[in-house]
Design a protein around this ligand. Structure first.
Ligand code: AGP
Length: 607
């Protein structure tokens, strides 16, 4: 959500900034802009729309001849997407430029006060107060001005500032919104995320909240907000540019769907050794696992759907009460978190503002906390008591796929481990589950061979206006994820229901040819599921069944997606893949922008 790139050094600044912004496109945006420093003045260009619109706008500006610059992709929060509202923003006389990610919650009162003292605003954004505040505070030293302005701001921010009168200098500060510093030789970088700078350096500082950076081409200094220097460890990025590229696939989403077997394999590596689980990362020894009376799972969107699977597995295998919350609701419902309970925050990016806030609420109420995250050094991983890293690799498509299946694997491992430690899973069942988990990568490869058949089916799906997904138990949790995938990238209206709920209201919508995707992978409720499918068929609904039992389901389905046999508790990992492919191909057939769906951002760093 919003992207920042900053550069100081000898390279042609403009193409470097645009290239960096392109690498951050996956975060989601609706307008973009750059500010360039000549050594005497600041040149600013902005355009609503895709980066190509900004490129057209800057066509007349030479690429080089600038000492430093910043670029920004904006995802609108305050003020509609427009040229004026795009960042960077300036002060009254164009002496300062600021690009900002996050939300300034007290911008109204700040703007009123600034207006009262004669400042003129040109945009509707919260951000614009920042350059005006800098203008007021500036006494010839940008770092001091930004430091004092940071103290006035409430909310979340990662911001970069430049002054026309301080050639080659970038000053940045972070609170609750990610920002990294790329360390080069005779050049330095700032960015919201690693892909933007990976072409130039793998060494970086990951800034913490309340840290301010002063960077020119020769040196980078990290300070706290009192101006004291902080010595930070250099983080070496463990992957390279090739990983961040599409590798021959037309979209990141398709690449990431096909990377799932490997992502699962990586997530399991070293965590099962000679048939035994080695899960120290959860920070739960036998005594701690036995002492637990309640577990909370929190996440948003797809991560929340993973939590629903986690609840089912943990309650079943570990006989431990699990509460699942949408992280955006958690802290506002006055939750009861017993001291000593465990709160697990699930977040691919580790930067989701709501999930971070839920984690903090759990900590405040005395819970032990664990993060399940895919991004090393992200905010949630730094604040949680322990961290289990999924190893899905960089996920760039806005629609989460490989991160989701690795979250499922993490929660499956946690459930089996808790069950073993609490003595609720008999030894033989534990061994059977561990063996079955290890087979998941191969089975996932088999499922992905269905891609061409699903592409065919997706041609019909692309004609639909509505779709329903139904399932029971674990299948219901997967149905929720399937409907989210379909609507977020193809914009087809989709809803998921627990199959038994249909007759309590939604069956009224089932008429001739209404498509219903029925997940039927759970033997204990298969008969019940078949009854629900027949209820749909009796009203003329059209059934696409996802199952591993052809004989039982074929008589009731218009189309069948057949999964390989697998332990029923692990089925969500396999069952979701055809749904991801169905959504992907339907979106492609509809000509949608698959990797960057409208209005959505990859990493949702505002509430
Ligand atoms: C799913 O495809 C979405 N991109 C979205 O629901 C996502 O899972 C959610 O925003 C949570 O993100 P996180 O895992 O990075 O916290």
């Amino acid at each position: 959500m919003c992207g920042i790139v900053g550069y100081t050094g000898p390279r042609p600044v403009l193409p470097l900034l645009i290239g960096g912004l392109r690498k951050l496109e996956y975060r989601g945006y609706d307008s973009a802009g750059v500010a360039l420093q000549t050594g005497v003045e600041l040149v600013v260009a902005k355009a609503v729309g895709r980066l190509s619109c900004l490129e057209e706008r800057v066509a007349g500006i030479p690429g080089d001849g600038f000492l430093a610059g910043m670029g920004h992709t904006r995802w609108a929060t305050h003020g509609r997407p427009s040229d004026i509202n795009a960042h960077p923003h300036g002060d009254c006389r164009g002496r300062f430029a600021v690009a900002h990610n996050g939300i300034i919650e007290n911008y109204r009162s700040l703007r009123e006060r600034l207006r009262g003292s004669g400042h003129h605003f040109s945009s509707e954004t919260d951000t614009e107060v920042i350059p005006h505040l800098i203008e007021e505070a500036y006494r010839g030293d940008l770092a001091s001005a930004v430091r004092s302005v940071a103290g006035l701001l409430r909310g979340s921010f990662a911001l970069v500032a430049m002054a026309a009168s301080e050639p080659g200098l970038l000053v940045a500060v972070r609170k609750d919104s990610p920002l990294i510093v790329g360390l080069g030789d005779g050049e330095n970088f700032l960015a919201s995320d690693i892909p933007a700078i990976l072409e130039y350096t793998k060494s970086c500082y990951i800034l913490d909240d309340g840290e301010l950076v002063v960077a020119d081409q020769r040196c980078v200094e990290v300070q706290d907000l009192t101006g004291r220097v902080r010595h930070k460890p250099v983080f070496q990025v463990p992957w390279d540019v090739a990983v961040a590229e599409r590798g021959g696939y037309p979209h990141f989403m398709l690449k990431e769907i096909h990377e799932q077997p490997q992502a699962v394999r990586e997530t399991l590596r070293d965590r099962i050794k000679e048939g035994e689980l080695a899960l120290d990362e959860f920070g739960l020894d036998g005594d701690a696992a036995r002492a637990l009376r309640r577990l909370h799972l929190v996440g948003c969107g797809t991560a929340y759907h993973a939590c629903l699977v986690g609840k089912y597995l943990i309650e079943k295998l570990a006989r431990l009460a699990v509460e699942v919350d949408l992280a955006s609701e958690f802290r506002y419902r006055d939750p009861m978190v017993e001291t000593g309970s465990l709160l697990v925050a699930v977040s691919q990016s580790g930067e989701t503002a709501d999930t971070l806030a839920a984690l903090r609420e759990g900590k405040r109420q005395g819970a032990r906390t664990v993060a399940i995250s895919n991004v090393m050094g992200s905010s949630i991983t730094r604040e949680a008591g322990s961290v289990f890293y999924t190893r899905a690799g960089l996920e760039q498509a806005v629609a989460s796929t490989k991160a989701y299946v690795t979250q499922l694997v993490a929660l499956m491992l946690l459930a089996v481990d808790l069950g073993a430690k609490r003595g609720t899973v008999p030894e033989a069942e534990r061994a059977e589950l561990i063996e079955a988990i290890q087979k998941l990568p191969e089975l996932a490869e088999e499922v992905l061979k269905l891609a061409p058949a699903i592409d065919n089916l997706a041609r019909q799906v692309a004609q639909w206006e509505d779709a329903f997904f139904i399932g029971r138990g674990l299948d219901y949790a997967v149905a929720l994820e399937g409907q989210l995938k379909l609507k977020e990238i193809s914009y087809i209206h989709a809803e998921a229901y627990a199959a038994g709920e249909l007759k309590h209201g939604t069956l009224a919508l089932i008429v001739e040819r209404i498509p219903v995707i029925a997940l039927a992978t759970q033997p204990p409720v298969l008969d019940k599921m078949i009854s629900n499918i027949t209820e749909v068929r009796a009203r003329g609904g059209r059934i696409i069944a996802v199952c591993s039992n052809e004989e039982e389901l074929a008589p009731y389905a218009d189309d069948l997606i057949l999964l390989p046999a697998c332990h029923p508790l692990l089925m969500p990992v396999l069952a979701v893949m055809p749904l991801q492919l169905l959504a992907y191909y339907a979106a492609v057939h509809l000509g949608c922008d698959v990797d960057k769906p409208r209005n959505l951002a990859k990493s949702v760093t505002v509430e």
